[in-house]
Design a protein around this ligand. Structure first.
Ligand code: PEP
Ligand code: MN
Length: 363
């Protein structure tokens, strides 16, 4: 798939505006506050997918007229979330410039297909947020459905992933997944929605800087004239003034340079990293070897593969070590879960399959 850009080449692309369109005054105050701050697209949710019923579910069609006023008064292009064919029709009727597909829609291929069908033969650009769960193929699948319907101006938005339990983030970022997307589709504009990743104001700036350092094409940020009184996502919204200040504090670094000293030292460090990565695989292979031997003993004594107490103790000790090295608890949890899952699989093979030897190890 070769995508066409939605935005001019100027970086960063800035998409900003309130989580929800609440009133005409609120929408216009946000838009006027953003007009001279480098924003290329004004966002506001008209239909809101809320986690639980009873919360504000969006103003609906009347809000589309307010977006038309934004276009007329500020010259900003506008975008809103479309979750079904009817939303698409209403957006097209009211001249919405760009549509976005929300995380709870990307997750459902029926809904994405319905939107793609409604866009057949229509030249309107679409932003595709990642699905709520970290499924790379599902995200790419949504891009493909639009592409097959003839939509070429498509961009992706990384807004993090739902997880159960405590985390610093509302939706945990999976930076590598966004980087994989940039590498697989070099023409695709990949934007970072820091507001839905963070869920809180105090870590927006550091997350925006991280997105810049990872070469995201731009940011999506929720901006509200009176954030504390927002009807949705109050904790993560900021004023237009704060948005401006945040941008001024960010550093945009060059992707590379041709300075020979820099290139040489990069090359050295990279080959050292490659060696370490190989060593890590070697160490994990040795670990798996021991795990399989234990599996053979468990088989002998008829003992269950999963030993919850042992896993808990291991997790606590690794979390402590991780903390000392300033690793995030999310990283340690993911790492341990992956290693532990593979260990269980390896032991099950030894236990259930008589031909799998307990010692199968290659450097
Ligand atoms: C939003 O952008 O307001 C929104 C609902 O986002 P997401 O689909 O990422 O949750
Ligand atoms: Mn929101």
């Amino acid at each position: 798939m070769t995508f066409q850009p939605i935005f001019p080449p100027h970086r960063p692309i800035l998409i900003a505006g309130p989580c929800s369109a609440e009133t005409e005054e609120q929408v216009l105050a946000a838009a006027h506050g953003l007009k001279n701050r480098g924003v290329s697209l004004f966002r506001a949710g008209i239909w809101k997918p809320r986690t639980r019923p009873g919360a504000f579910e969006g103003i609906g069609v009347p809000g589309l007229k307010w977006l038309q006023r934004v276009q007329a008064e500020t010259g900003l292009s506008v975008t809103t979330e479309a979750a079904n064919a009817q939303h698409v029709q209403e957006c097209l009727k009211h001249g919405v410039n760009v549509l976005w597909i929300g995380a709870r829609t990307t997750v459902n291929p029926f809904s994405v297909q319905e939107i793609a069908d409604a866009l057949q033969g229509v030249d309107v650009p679409v932003l595709v947020k990642n699905p709520v769960n970290p499924d790379y193929k599902l995200w790419v699948g949504a891009l493909e459905r639009l592409y097959k319907a003839g939509v070429r101006r498509v961009a992706a938005v990384h807004r993090g992933f739902s997880s159960y339990g405590d985390s610093k983030y509302r939706n945990v970022p999976r930076w590598q997944m966004a980087i994989d997307l940039m590498q697989e589709f070099p023409d695709l504009e990949v934007i970072c929605d820091i507001s839905h990743i963070c869920g809180r104001r105090d870590i927006l700036a550091e997350t925006a800087q991280k997105a810049f350092d990872l070469s995201f094409a731009g940011l999506m940020v929720e901006v509200h004239p009176d954030p504390d009184r927002a009807w949705s996502d109050a904790a993560q919204q900021i004023t237009p003034e704060r948005f401006g200040e945040m941008l001024q504090g960010l550093v945009r670094r060059a992707v590379t340079t041709d300075d020979p000293d820099f290139l040489a030292s990069m090359e050295n460090s990279r080959s050292a990293i490659d060696e370490i990565d190989e060593e890590i695989i070697y160490l994990i292979a040795r670990r798996m070897q021991l795990v399989r031997e234990i599996g053979a003993i468990k088989k002998d004594k008829n003992v269950a593969v999963l030993q919850p107490e042992r896993f808990r103790a291991l997790r606590e000790s690794l979390q402590r070590r991780g903390e000392k090295n300033e690793f995030s608890p999310e990283f340690i949890a993911l790492f341990l879960e992956a290693v532990h899952q593979e260990s269980i699989n390896q032991q099950e093979k030894v236990i259930n399959d008589p031909v799998v030897p307990a010692s199968a190890f290659t450097r």
